[in-house]
Design a protein around this ligand. Structure first.
Ligand SMILES: Nc1nc2c(ncn2[C@@H]2O[C@H](COP(=O)(O)OP(=O)(O)OP(=O)(O)O)[C@@H](O)[C@H]2O)c(=O)[nH]1
Ligand SMILES: [Mg+2]
Length: 344
């Protein structure tokens, strides 16, 4: 199924039904008095998080969601029926913003979490409310109000403790396959991954964290190159980014330092906060380099890239170094208090 992580929708809550101005008319009961009931309240529009849904595709195709209006009140003390509510099911991780006010009205982070998006209006009052000692036959009634209407932006931002970042073919999907239960497509051509894949990394009993594998990013993504850069939103909730670099590119003309710099550049262009998020360097494909050359390559990379942060050497293909990295990530997440959040 196509993955969609952004959509704008209209939600319209139900109008209230009108109150009734009816007089009781029955045989043998003269001057029966007012008996007009109230209008029913309009239905509400709710959102609920559902872990079985992982795309906003439904909202890409259907844009308008309207709850039922309340029914009008009628004579014989009949109150109008309340309009039915509607509930929109969305993926866990959906952020809902009111486009007019820019206010975030819901952040669905837990399965079954339910939020009100638009409130149904109250129904009007029937004339039986307006009876008084001085007016025993009121004709007065009120009309139902209009239901709330909102234009909403839905944005899915996956919930993961760790986000994978890197060029196409760097080995992100191979890495998540090596360390977690995820089984994404892996292939020797760029842009194999088109949508985020989530995987749970189990370190031990009750010890786990969630990793998100993302599409590849390239220089110029902010201007639309490759798959663009919008998917970087899926890194915004993670506690740490692993920047996966192909240390031994197949093509001799490709410089891993230039590639890695391009990624950092794009990250910064997308979001300064994302750029400042803790980021570790993961030099991948070390199985491709003979042991005696490896150290020199790594040193050269680190020097030219000007890297001073945490750095790991791995082979996602053979698994070399991957466990160590995962232990370090888990320890870091524990220290920063994030591990309980992502691990389900
Ligand atoms: N030798 C070797 N090959 C690797 C390693 N990691 C990944 N590969 C290969 O590199 C190619 C690309 O791997 P992917 O995991 O699909 O790369 P990706 O970063 O997910 O790429 P996109 O989804 O296109 O962004 C595949 O042919 C993998 O088998 C590694 O550690 N060593
Ligand atoms: Mg991939």
């Amino acid at each position: 199924m196509k993955f969609i992580d952004e959509a704008n929708i209209n939600v319209i809550a139900g109008d209230g039904g009108d109150g009734s101005a009816s007089m009781r008319r029955e045989k043998f009961i003269p001057f029966g008095g007012p008996d007009g009931g109230d209008g029913g309240h309009g239905g509400n529009v709710y959102a609920v998080a559902d872990r079985n849904i992982n795309t906003l595709i439904d909202y890409h195709y259907t844009k308008k969601y309207q709850a039922r209006n309340g029914k009008d009140g009628r004579g014989s003390d009949c109150y109008g029926k309340k309009g039915d509510n509607i509930t929109l099911r969305m993926p866990v991780g959906t952020v809902i913003t009111d486009i007019d006010t820019n206010e975030v009205i819901a952040d669905l982070t837990k399965h079954n979490q339910r939020m009100l998006l638009a409130k149904g209006a109250v129904g009007g009052l029937g004339n039986l409310h307006f009876k008084s000692s001085t007016n025993r036959a009121p004709r007065k009634k009120t009309e139902g109000k209009l239901g709330e209407r909102r234009i909403l932006k839905l944005e899915l931002k996956v919930l993961a403790d760790v986000g994978l970042l890197g060029m196409p073919n760097a080995g992100k999907s191979t890495f998540i396959t090596a360390v977690s239960n995820a089984k994404p497509k892996i292939a020797n051509y760029p842009f194999t991954t088109l949508a985020p894949n989530l995987g749970v990394v189990r370190i031990g009993p009750e010890k786990s964290f969630v990793v998100a594998d993302l599409p590849g990013l390239i220089g110029g993504a902010a201007e639309g190159a490759g798959l663009g850069h919008q998917f970087l939103r899926h890194l915004q909730r993670s506690g740490i980014l692993l920047h996966i670099v192909d240390l031994i590119p197949f093509d001799d003309g490709v410089d891993p330092v230039m590639e890695a710099s391009a990624i950092v550049n794009e990250l910064r262009k997308y979001d300064e906060a994302l750029y400042r998020k803790p980021r570790w360097l993961v030099l991948n494909k070390i199985d491709m380099s003979p042991k005696n050359e490896r150290e020199a390559r790594v040193t050269d990379f680190v020097e030219r890239f000007g890297w001073h942060g945490p750095m790991f050497q791995v082979s996602a293909l053979t698994g070399l170094g991957c466990k160590n990295l995962c232990y370090a990530v888990y320890a870091y997440l524990l220290k920063t208090g994030l591990a309980e959040r992502g691990a389900a």
